[in-house]
Structure formats: C-alpha cells, structure tokens
Design a protein around this ligand. Sequence first.
Ligand code: SIN
Length: 485
Amino acid sequence: MDVTALSVFENRCLINGQWIGTGETASGQRIDVTNPATGELLSSVPVLSEAQIHESVLTAQAAQVLWKKYSPQQRADILKKWFNLMHEHKDELATLLTLEQGKPLKESRGEITYAASYLEWYAEEGKRAYGDIIPSADSSEVLVFKEPVGVCAAITPWNFPAGMITRKVAPALAAGCTMILKPASETPLTALALAKLATEAGVPAGVLNVVTGSSTLIGKILTESPVVKKLSFTGSTPIGAKLMEQSAPTIKKLSLELGGNAPVLVFNDCNLEQAVQQVLDCKFRNAGQTCVCANRIYIQSGIYDEFLEKLAQKVSQLKVGNGLDESTTVGPLINAKATLKVQEQIDDALAKGAELVTGTAVQQPGNWCVPTVLKNVSQDMLCAKEETFGPLAPVFVFETEDEAVQYANDTEFGLASYVFTQDLNRFIRVSRALEYGMVGVNTGILSNEAAPFGGVKASGLGREGAKYGLEDYLEIKYVCVGNIT
Ligand code: SIN
C-alpha cells in the first residue's frame, strides 16, 4: 500500500516548526520502516545528526519561555483542536498504525480513540493545576504555586505508537512544558502523523519536536542535557535503568513505565464466562504485546479444567492474519526475534513438564505466532519469570488464596495484576496484598485517560493519566509571605 497517499503521511522530523530531513539528512542516512505483516518497505525516516538533535533541545528551551505564558485555556483550545483532528483523521491514522505496527484495524481504531482521549482529558485537567494556601504556625502565609517542569523529553515504544505519545505529550503541553519526542524506530510514521496534526491544531513552533535516528545517540543527548528537566520513557527495565543512570548527573525528573509480568488470579467463586472472556482479551490484545497483558494465569483448582476448556475453545477461534483484513483478530508480532522468544518459552515449559492445550509446540520462523495455551505450568519455567510479549497463555493451578498471592508477587515486576472473584471481602483483601501499581478486578482491560497508569518495583516510577499524570509535569514552588501585620 502507498502510505504517501494518506493525507496524514509525513516522513520528516519536526524541529522548531520546520519539517526537516527530506532525502539526504545531515548524517546522510535514513531508517527503513517496514510492514511486519508483509515485509513491504513503507517509507523511511531521517537519522538526524548530533547537531540536529541538540538543536531540537535548544528550540524546545526557547519555545518554553513563550508556551508557559499561554493561559491554560489557550493551551486547552489547541489540545482540543488536536483531539478533533485526530477524530477527523481516525481511519487514516488507524490504517497507518496497522501498516507499521501490525495490530488489527479494529484495535488500531480503538487506539486512536484512546490516544485522542488524553488530549481532551488534559486540555481540561490543565485548567485545574491548583496550588494551595496553607495555614502556617506563625505570622507568615504559606503559598504553593504549581509551575511547569520545563523542557521535557519522551522516548516511546512501538506497541502503542499513538497512545504512548499522547499519554506523555498531552499532560506535558497542558502543564506548560515543551517536548522533544523520540518515537520507536519501528513505528515513527504514526508519531509524525500526530505531530503533523498538532501543528495544524496550532501547537506553536518548538513546543513539540519529533526526532528520529540512533536511539543510543538521542537517548544520550536527551539524558545528558541540563536543559532537559524531565524524561518520560516507556520500554524495557534494562533500558529504563540505563536512562536513569545517564540522567543522574543532571538530577532529572523521571517517569518510567517499564516491564511487567502480570499475574491473573481466577478464584472458584468468579463468574467463569466473564473471567474467560476477560482473560482472552487481556492476553491476546495486540498479539500479547502489551506491558499489562496477562503473563501468568493462575486458576483455582475447583475450576481449572473447565476454565482451560473454555479458554482453549476461544483461543482456537482467534484468526491470525494481516491486520488490514477486517476479520483478523491477532496480527503479526513486531519481528521474528519476538517469535523466537515465545518459542524459547514454549520449549522450556514443555521440557519441564507443561502440556500443550491448543496452538502449536513449534512456531514457524518469522513474524507469525500461533496463539497457544499451555497447562500444568510451574513457577520454575521461563514463562513464569519473564515477560512473554507474545500470544502464549501459560495456565497454572493453585489451591489457596495465600498461595495465589504468593505466586503473583514472586517477581521483580509490579505493573498490572488481575483478580476474578465475586467475593467482596476477597477482592479487597487480594487487591491490597498484590504488590502492583494496578489491579483489575473482574476486568482484563484497565487503562484509560482517567486512571493512573504505572507500576512499582522494577516496573517503574510515576503515573500517566488522571490528575497524577499532570502532576508529573509540574513543580511545586513554595512562596513564604512573612511578617504579615
Ligand atoms: C503498555 O503496554 O504499556 C500500555 C498498555 C495499555 O495502555 O493498555
């Protein structure tokens, strides 16, 4: 498909309101963007030079002086326009997203709506960056102002090429910060399309800059720069830790949304039909390539066989294919390495005593992965310890609530977790006992713009969404008015 025919198409970088990098770039190189379903070359984006990346930082610094003076209402008007433009171009954006990322069109449309919702939410929330007046112990007045953090940087992943961008850019801009965005090299076209709509909506030059090129070089410049006051990163824990280390000398604020290893606890007293459907949606959305997707599925012994039978039946009906085909429910994985990781986990589990329920023990080489369910899985297997990021559902059995919670917490990660029960006391008890930033109760889908998304332990720092997402882009200034007579 010819992506250049899409009106939202853009394959140049945005710095200071200028689109740069047509043909040869200052570095003389470009990065190919391919369709994971077909291997077809869609386009390419610039590899910016060191000087160009530094320029994006200086540009964001100059723009911030003006942007912070815009009233919250003026910023809201621009974000709302951007929101409307995303809706007007929803089908084109979804097509572009499916082409470069692979997920089914229905999911891409859902992601565009989801991504746009952050623009609307923070357009409103930016008006409510309340400070405080605090009664003091003496004759002074304690005033608390909320101020924008300043120049911010965002490094975003390929699994949600639109959602992960607006979740960071919308609160930053609403707070009066400016941004340098580095999208994933696999999916830069959605990011550039969003930036194109942002400029159309009236985001001033330099307020949002999008840079592409060497991840190592861009990460180094953005983390080492004293001008950049905050970095928001979504990706793996090892890369997050490295960025954190690089950011230490300049004492940056950090938001890190890192790896997960989400447990699902399904108790005998659940609504079984609901639990099976929710686990299916949670596990196989985006072909299992989400940080919050069910990674370990623990079923209480009384419903183990029935749950497995119902889940296997639904999984065998999933249709793997090109996301552009409306009947596809599971698209390709992002690359062949991702399939190899799934294969490695299947091999390890089968060698240690797990059994195949549905799917295939041997995946084909390439980007296609057959949705697979394993039973009799145990804590010593790779699939219990590592994030899979693919359509493999390992199903474990447990007897007691204490045992289930212990299994669930037996990981360095702490992003999302899920509980299925109809017992009110159990839902409170288990939700409190789970060492996770998020708990889904009787649901497998928990992210939306009104909710604080984020993890604990090795899953990261900070929250995105809700009022908390705005606070991550605000500094507190205490003003003491003394000697009041
Ligand atoms: C993620 O995988 O990081 C995000 C998933 C979501 O927003 O639901």
